[in-house]
Design a protein around this ligand. Structure first.
Ligand code: SF4
Length: 68
């Protein structure tokens, strides 16, 4: 089991909150849109990732439960 972060590019409005809350896995491009690290979320960052997901004002950030 591996949780990965995904951004819905349709609903994301480049608020940048996610990159502030999870800089280890999310950076912003020149326009403020998130670039997500596609690797599985390390165990020690799961809580931070969940907080970033909850904080997105557009509900554009998701954690997907994917099996490799
Ligand atoms: S917080 Fe949400 S709306 Fe803002 S950049 Fe991140 S995914 Fe996009």
């Amino acid at each position: 089991m591996a949780d990965r972060i995904r951004v819905n590019p349709i609903t994301c409005e480049a608020h940048g909150m996610c990159a502030e809350l999870l800089p280890e896995m999310i950076t912003l491009d020149d326009w403020g849109y998130p670039i997500v690290d596609g690797r599985p979320v390390p165990r020690e960052l799961v809580e931070h990732a969940r907080r970033a997901v909850k904080s997105c004002p557009k509900f554009a950030l998701l954690i997907e439960d994917k099996r490799d």
